[in-house]
Design a protein around this ligand. Structure first.
Ligand SMILES: [Zn+2]
Length: 701
């Protein structure tokens, strides 16, 4: 009750914000974002921070950063590590401080006022970033330090910082002559326009399609909740009394899982797989081909053979051969299992005396039938064992057993919402590691999904160690009635996953922010590996206790969970791998001619003998990941999973909480991106990762 009342008050306050905005707050003196924070751990004083503080604070912080950059450029002394690289590394500290808070609220506790501020702030911050990246005088100094790096007396880490800073400039074209710089600018501008157009087209085709049902008999097979959401969608579309299903995930997938009407399943599936493929004004085939061609041009300008080479030099996989090597190793066993699954489904069809061949629109429907017959795992029966508070304590327990860290509540630390909890993370020896916020339930103003945020990164400045502020934000089931919050099995996985990202931040020891980041294909390892502990019987014993009786979850139920997890993994793996291979094929083109997207994709799928019943998870005209930031990077999810399964295997071999193994893994997390990731991994594991543990975990072997 109390919570609701507060929420209401908060919303009113937020909407009314402009009215009570104090002009004084806009000045530096009254702006809490610009003051020194005297709270415990220098946590943001949320109770004082108001939406109208952000814009003036960002402007002030940008001005400060500009001055810092100018001072580096104007320095009459010859460029050195300290006066150039380190000064650059330390510039923009105030901006990071303000943006850390702003970013956290944008995701977890936004309102129209903050969104308005964001629209104003984003372009000026972006412009400031470009100003630094494209400042030729600044680059000259960076380059001078880079060229003298072997003669300067630098520590290995300092040298690494010099190299990474320099590389960042070079990768954005700082080393090109003026003519080529102009060319690059043009390519980037066209890519940015095409990216927006691609997204708009996809939004159009996703949102315009409706499967309208007007006869109740066509709803056969759908559970009541799916029928009800279809009726709601129809009402919203001004077709009361009918049912509407769309191409949005919460609508199409349950429909395909349950609808008995095969023709309707075929219709909605076809609508989904032909999005932006109708040769009309919203068609994306020419756009994706043009994007691929422009990326080749850019790669060539910057001295790379293909776009994938450009992207992958930053990743653990290093080059296209590394990625294809992994994908091909997984493809064969996954395809074989998918073929067996297809045969099972065909058998189910035959048993129903259906005289037809399984196709893409049938897969989910018959999978659901086979799943029910074989496993009959009732999600709802699990929830009483997963009380949210207990699950969180279970995750804390694992961290404690592995690394000796302890996590205790800090109700004295200000938070941005009464539901948010603050915790202090301490190391084995009692020293402070991090401030940690947990924010677990959905609210208006919170983005969907789950994520780990960093309100402050860790670093060392003038010998002073700065420890991070980390958030775990999720949208877990709320308490219902008198019950505490009981979460689903999937949510348990999510909690452990996000907490794994948080642990990596707690333990990070890299003194420079620029170096404190994992490569994209490693970033999910610390999170995914934690999910493995969640379902280990010895860990379940600690936290999975019935919220009323305290009884530990029965072993038979755990076994059921494990078996059900491996079901349909042939399909899941094949549809993912097919998309990853398609992504790699587009981005290993070495010449900038524009391909026929249909023929290109077909050849790509024929090459791997993909199953016609399993289209790639994303087809070219709607593969938005690879138009956005995941070009030549969609493979990263499974690359990380190979690593996390292989790393967890080390614990299974030596003991779930074996201390030497935990210590070696901790070193991997502490050093972040400072070491060659494969070398660092081999140091931990004693050998290169193998795909076997992943194949076993997914039941592909
Ligand atoms: Zn993650």
């Amino acid at each position: 009750m109390k919570r609701r009342a507060f929420l209401l008050l908060f919303l009113i306050a937020a909407v009314a914000a402009p009215a009570w905005a104090q002009p004084a707050a806009a000045t530096a003196a009254g702006n809490p974002l610009l003051k020194e924070w005297t709270t415990p751990f220098q946590a943001p004083p949320f109770q004082e921070i108001k939406p109208e503080h952000f814009l003036p604070a960002v402007k002030e912080a940008l001005a400060a950063q500009r001055k810092e950059i100018q001072a580096i450029v104007d320095n009459p002394s010859a460029p050195t590590f300290e006066n150039t690289i380190l000064a650059l590394e330390h510039s923009g500290e105030l901006l990071s401080k303000v943006q850390g808070v702003f970013g956290a609220l944008q995701g977890a506790e936004t309102n129209p006022e903050l969104q308005r501020v964001n629209r104003e702030v984003a372009p000026i911050v972006g412009a400031a970033r470009d100003e630094i990246a494209l400042n030729p005088k600044l680059f000259d100094r960076v380059k001078a330090v880079y060229q003298g790096r072997d003669k300067a007396k630098l520590t290995p880490l300092q040298k690494k910082l010099v190299e990474e800073t320099y590389k960042g400039y070079v990768r954005s074209g700082a080393n090109l002559d003026e003519a080529k710089k102009e060319q690059l600018k043009k390519v980037n501008a066209e890519l940015s326009d095409l990216g927006i157009k691609f997204g708009d087209n996809l939004l159009h085709d996703t949102n315009t399609y409706q499967l309208v049902i007007d006869k109740a008999e066509d709803l056969k097979g759908l559970p009541p909740s799916v029928v009800a959401s279809g009726a709601d969608a129809a009402k919203a579309a001004k077709m009361p009394g009918k049912w509407v299903y769309t191409l949005q995930a919460p609508s199409i997938w349950p429909f395909l899982q349950y609808a008995d009407n095969r023709e309707l399943r075929r219709q909605i599936m076809t609508a989904y797989t032909t999005r932006c493929d109708h040769n009309d004004q919203w068609d994306n085939k020419k756009i994706i081909a043009r994007i691929a061609a422009l990326r080749v041009q850019r790669a060539n300008l910057l001295g790379y053979k293909t776009h994938a080479d450009f992207v992958l030099e930053e990743n653990m996989a290093k080059n296209p051969a590394g990625v294809y090597g992994l994908l091909n190793q997984l493809w064969k066993p996954a395809r074989e299992v998918a073929l067996r699954e297809a045969a099972d489904l065909q058998a189910a069809i035959d048993k129903e005396e259906g005289i037809f061949k399984l196709d893409a629109g049938d897969w989910r429907y018959y999978t659901e039938k086979v799943r029910k017959a074989r496993y009959d795992l009732d999600e709802q029966a699990l929830r009483p064992y997963f009380k949210l508070d207990n699950v969180l304590q279970g995750a804390f327990y694992v961290a404690n057993q592995l690394y000796g860290i302890t996590i205790t509540p800090r109700p004295d630390v200000p938070t941005y919402h009464p539901e948010v909890k603050a915790w202090e993370v301490k190391d084995r020896d009692g020293s402070h590691l991090a401030l940690f916020y947990t924010d677990f339930h959905p609210r208006p103003g919170k983005r969907v999904g789950a994520w780990t945020g960093g309100m402050r990164g860790s670093s060392v400045r003038n010998g002073k160690v700065i420890r991070p502020i980390v958030t775990n934000v999720c949208n877990f089931s709320r308490p219902a009635g008198d019950e505490p919050a009981l979460i689903t099995l999937e949510e348990v996985g999510t909690l452990f996953h996000e907490f794994g990202h948080a642990i990596a931040s707690f333990l990070g020891k890299v003194p420079y922010r620029t170096l404190a980041r994992f490569p994209r294909d490693f970033v999910e390892v610390p999170s995914q590996i934690m999910e493995n502990w969640a379902l280990e019987p010895d860990v379940l014993k600690v936290y999975a206790k019935h919220y009323k009786t305290g009884e530990v979850i029965p072993a038979a139920l755990v076994e059921k969970i494990e078996k059900a997890e491996q079901f349909n993994q042939g399909f899941v793996t094949v549809e993912y791998l097919a998309a990853s291979i398609l992504d790699m094929d587009w981005h290993t083109l070495a010449t900038p001619e524009e391909k026929d997207a249909t023929a290109f994709e077909q050849a790509s799928m024929e090459k791997i003998k993909n199953l016609p019943e399993i289209p790639p998870r994303y087809r070219s005209p709607y593969f938005s990941h690879i138009v956005g930031g995941y070009a030549a990077g969609y493979y990263a999810y499974i690359w990380s999973e190979v690593l996390d399964k292989d790393a967890f295997e080390a614990f299974k071999e030596k003991g779930l909480f074996d201390q030497p193994t935990a210590k070696a893994f901790r070193a991997l997390l502490e050093n972040g991106g400072t070491e060659d990731p494969m070398k660092a991994y081999v140091k931990f594991r004693g050998k290169e990762p193998s795909v076997e543990p992943l194949l076993k975990a997914r039941g592909l072997k």
